[in-house]
Design a protein. Structure first.
Length: 215
């Protein structure tokens, strides 16, 4: 069973805190991270091929959370270790700052975090798990604002016709869809003619709001 993330509950609002921003390279990919002095991750970029692209992705994500003021900083070794571990092993090893994210969006992120490596789910699957089967568009909007892409694997969420759908990291572009496809292929998902093969679709009913990581 996957470990639950450690949810930070600081008293300050995100707009009043000193926010540190660092850019790191892991293998051939660049990530930019925003975090508090207590090493609570506020947001991260999608994986990018250049530091400039990762910084742009992060700025979009921070903007979606209402963050305008931050300080560029050398990467803290602890947050780098936690982030890399979360990329490889899941949420259990990193602290997330989720204050300011709506209850519905937290629930969407929580259900999304349940999608196991090697599987995909549809926007409709997540809406059904939340008990709101007609809320597919709202689910899509929530995932478009996911401040923790890859850590919370919104790239594993696709359309009901098995096409990939969007992948924003808060700033959607056609290039980002290629990143989504690359992430899925890296995880062993087979894609043919722009659609995921049906055998990788998570069995209906495997997702549950009751098992959501966020209340």
């Amino acid at each position: 069973m996957a470990k639950k993330p450690i949810l930070g509950q600081p008293k300050e609002t995100v707009t009043k805190m000193l926010i540190r921003v660092s850019t790191i390279r892991l293998g051939s990919e660049w990530f930019s991270l925003a975090y508090t002095g207590d090493l609570l991750l506020i947001a991260n970029s999608i994986p990018c091929s250049t530091p400039e692209e990762s910084q742009k992705s992060l700025i979009c994500s921070l903007s979606s959370r209402g963050v305008k003021n931050y300080q560029e900083s050398p990467p803290d070794p602890s947050i780098v270790r936690q982030f890399e571990s979360a990329l490889n092993s899941g949420l259990g090893s990193i602290k997330l700052y989720v204050d300011g994210i709506s209850r519905f969006n937290r629930q969407v992120l929580g259900v999304t975090a349940m999608i196991p490596l090697g599987n995909v789910a549809t926007y409709r699957d997540i809406a059904i798990a939340l008990g709101k089967p007609k809320a597919q568009r709202a689910v899509g909007n929530a995932l478009a604002r996911n401040p923790f892409p890859v850590i919370i694997p919104c790239h594993r969420v696709i359309r009901s016709d098995l096409s990939l759908g969007g992948y924003s990291g808060a700033c959607g572009t056609d290039a980002n869809i290629k990143i989504k496809e690359a992430l899925l292929r890296r995880e062993g998902i087979k894609i043919k003619n722009g659609k995921v093969m049906e055998k990788f679709l998570l069995v209906s009913g495997r997702l549950s709001c009751r098992s959501s990581l966020y209340p």
